[in-house]
Design a protein around this ligand. Structure first.
Ligand code: ADP
Ligand code: MG
Length: 248
């Protein structure tokens, strides 16, 4: 028998009501270390709300979200970030008038302030980390470019980089490839497959080709509940999934 604490994230009986309407209804799912989980489902299924509940943006009416043994539903949003959960929203929140380098720099977690030789060493470490991340997000040649001049896809990558620099153990992305070119989608899949060496990722996505490229497991939501769950192969051949989602 598996124990809920064997997982990086254990969601159990999670429920939220908006004026009596249950947008997420007694939901349970479990995410492993180094896993890419994709959540799919029709519009209004409750996908974004699930991420809102995990990151503390929306307060649960009931149930539990355990992350590395900590109960997240009892924590504030910034405490959840501090615990190691990063969340990317649908619209990138980057600073248009700053360069790529500066956007990454301001996202670097601030520790105790230090002086003199120590500060110098710290600055060198920050710069090194920024270059490492820029390489990973395909922006190494754009460090001095103002963010406003990046393509839509590059802006999405920059925001992922701004989260990665904080080294979250769980990264949550809401429709990251929406509006991206085919080539950018392929590169984003590559990026996600690389970053899970050190973390897990939950992705909401509609692009089934992209989902096939990244998903270890797929959770299909419908009316706030799980309609189907398992490998992509399994859920895409599930008649219930074809009926309410893939058939359209
Ligand atoms: P999805 O991301 O799967 O398209 P959402 O999680 O955004 O779905 O929404 C699920 C349902 O919950 C929708 O019917 C939506 O209108 C409702 N909903 C989401 N957030 C709120 C809120 N803050 N207040 C009231 N209703 C909400
Ligand atoms: Mg949504």
């Amino acid at each position: 028998m598996t124990n809920a604490t064997d997982f990086l994230l254990s969601v159990e009986g999670l429920t939220v009501s908006f004026d009596g309407f249950k947008a997420v209804d007694d939901l349970s799912f479990y995410v492993d270390e180094n896993e890419i989980r994709v959540i799919i489902g029709p519009n209004g299924a409750g996908k974004t709300t699930v991420l809102d509940l995990i990151c503390g943006r929306t307060k649960a009416s009931g149930g539990s979200v355990k992350f590395r043994g900590k109960e997240l539903t009892a924590m504030r949003e910034h405490q959840i970030v501090h615990a190691g959960v990063g969340r990317k929203f649908q619209n990138p929140s980057i600073y248009d008038d700053l360069t790529v380098f500066e956007n990454l720099e301001i996202s670097y977690p601030r520790g105790r302030s230090v002086w003199g030789a120590l500060a110098f060493k710290r600055d060198a470490a920050v710069r090194e980390r920024i270059h490492e991340i820029a390489e990973m997000i395909f922006l190494a040649d754009h460090l001095e470019q103002r963010a406003e001049y990046l393509s839509h896809g590059q802006k999405q990558w920059l925001e992922i980089g701004m989260l990665l620099i904080q080294d979250p153990q769980l990264l949550m992305l809401d429709e990251p490839v929406a509006g991206m070119s085919v080539n950018e989608r392929v590169k984003t899949a590559e990026l996600l497959n690389r970053i899970i060496a050190d973390r897990s990722v939950i992705v909401i996505e509609h692009d089934m080709k992209f989902v096939e490229d990244i998903a270890h497991k797929v959770t299909v939501l419908h009316q706030g509940k799980i309609l189907s769950e398992g490998s992509m192969e399994r859920v895409k051949n599930d008649p219930k999934v074809v009926e309410v989602y893939l058939g359209h």
